[in-house]
Write a protein that binds this ligand. Structure first.
Ligand code: NAI
Length: 467
């Protein structure tokens, strides 16, 4: 195996940025260059305000930047210099054409692969970090071999990323496992070992799982599908709890004690979000359909159907609890990110619920500690609707504190589980609100009994409708 000395990472996003910053931090002897076509993003990585918020990230970047960690837009130079290249570009769900709405768009992955082939002057290990459908490595290899200079070798590895936004730095520093897939040829195995050697600078070798390429690619889709399925399962049960008077937290706790089930990821909520769960399941559904396995496709699709149901069930419950109309009523929305400790809003359930409220002509005041106002307006503007960017501002106000958002509101919806929402001055909020003051806890983080003793009417997911 070659000893990796220079790493390039193509794609300076939520995955490429943190993962390769961690490599630079843990491997001072390796030079790491993270490149992107997006000049603004690279400028931000080189500035004091990083383009993504992730607890602990800034300290790591500050320590390594300029030492053995570089952010650049010169993609060709980084490719030429590197002996190992991570491809960490986005793989969104296709919007049109064959597989629209399901299949992953591999356009950016292919573009990078072709770029590597055309500029490389030495042999490389090319690592898929992006989440891709099963057998993408095969296509990458074919493209590289057909387009590169004679005499060069390209070994493709699959090294999917399991970090979760919000806890990325801890996940990267102490991963449950690192998965590296390769071809089972001697050269493939040697490349696999080269990458294991990089991780072994801080990860126990026993946690570095080596598999075939296709298993590795499929594992990423499978892991996300299983995680999302747990959330949809508990959310499906939360609907039963609300009607029967059972308590979802008691049910989840008692189920989770069973060591075969385990306690994690059993928290019911307004629904899952984020850039990955839905996209990766749709990808799995598409894969199953193209393999002529319609029953398998239908099975996984149901995980998404249940998630959509949960979001709309929550939003409809707000309307029915508020005497069947929220027209012109002021609703406070606490939290817009898809989960706490991130500023990412991709597929955020909060955005879905806010769009529903907009349809009902409510006045919405939103507060999120990390999401910029510009992003909130962007997410709530209907694409393709003329003047909607103006109209949205008539209905939606972005606030700089929870208190500001809640003042004068008739209802409060907690849609992201930010810790600071637990310790708000709920008495003062109650005083400032129109009555009856209602709280809809979409994340199960508030002390409902305490709020009721203040005078609020409280709705918590999975707890029975005892407003
Ligand atoms: P992102 O959209 O934040 O970042 C991708 C970056 O790639 C963008 O900055 C874009 O400008 C750049 N890019 C696209 N084409 C390029 C090209 N040809 N040359 C250079 N740069 C290019 O996406 P994110 O969230 O980092 O995701 C990347 C991949 O990782 C996706 O496949 C995703 O499914 C996967 N993933 C994401 C996780 C997450 O938590 N966000 C977790 C695990 C995997």
């Amino acid at each position: 195996p070659i000893k990796v000395q220079k790493i390039a990472c193509i794609g300076a996003g939520y995955v490429g940025g943190p993962t390769c910053s961690m490599i630079a931090y843990k491997c001072p002897h390796i030079q790491v260059t993270i490149v992107d076509v997006n000049q603004d993003r690279i400028n931000a990585w080189n500035s004091d305000s990083l383009p993504i918020y992730e607890p602990g990230l800034e300290a790591i970047v500050k320590e390594c930047r300029g030492r053995n960690l570089f952010f650049d837009t010169d993609i060709d130079k980084a490719i030429i210099e590197a002996d190992l290249i991570f491809v960490s570009v986005n793989t969104p769900t296709k919007k049109s054409g064959v597989g629209a709405g399901y299949a992953a768009d591999l356009f950016y992955v292919e573009l990078c692969t072709r770029r590597i082939a055309s500029v490389a002057t030495s042999s490389k290990i090319v690592v898929e970090k992006s989440t891709v459908p099963c057998r993408t490595a095969q296509s990458m290899r074919t493209i590289l071999e057909a387009n590169s200079r004679p005499g060069l070798r390209f070994d493709i590895l699959s090294n999917p990323e399991f970090l979760a936004e919000g806890t990325a730095i801890n996940d990267l520093a102490n991963p449950d496992r690192v998965l590296i897939g390769s071809l089972s040829t001697p050269e493939g195995r040697a490349a696999q070992l080269s990458l294991v050697d990089v991780y072994a600078n801080w990860v126990d070798r026993q946690r570095c799982i080596t598999t075939g390429l296709w298993s590795s690619e499929l594992t990423k889709l499978a892991a996300n599908a299983l995680l999302a399925q747990r959330i949809s399962s508990i959310n499906a049960l939360s609907a039963i709890c609300e009607v029967t008077g059972a308590d979802i937290d008691e049910v989840a706790h008692a189920c989770g004690i069973d060591s075969r089930i385990g306690p994690k990821f059993l928290k019911s909520s307004v629904g899952f979000g984020g850039s990955c769960f839905q996209k990766d399941i749709l990808n799995l559904v598409y894969l199953s359909e193209s393999l002529n396995l319609p029953e398998v496709a239908e099975y996984w699709k149901q995980v998404i159907t249940m998630n959509e149901y949960q979001k709309s069930r929550f939003a409809k419950n707000v309307v029915s609890s508020m005497f069947n109309t929220i027209t012109h009523k002021k609703l406070a929305v606490l939290g817009f990110a898809f989960k706490k400790d991130t500023g990412d809003t991709r597929e955020s359930p909060s955005a879905t619920v806010c769009r529903f409220f907009r349809q009902e002509n409510a006045r919405i005041s939103i507060y999120d500690p990390k999401v910029p106002e510009k992003q909130i307006f962007l997410d709530l503007t209907e694409p393709g609707v003329a003047d909607d960017s103006v109209a949205v501002k008539e209905h939606v106000k972005v606030c700089t504190s929870a208190m500001e958002a809640c003042t004068g509101a008739e209802g409060i919806c907690v849609l992201t589980e930010w810790d600071e929402f637990k310790s708000l001055d709920w008495e003062a909020i109650y005083e400032s609100m129109a009555k009856p003051a209602m709280v809809f806890d979409g994340r199960g983080i508030l002390d409902a009994d305490k709020l009721r003793s203040i005078g609020f009417k409280v709705f918590s997911i999975g707890k029975g409708v005892n407003l």
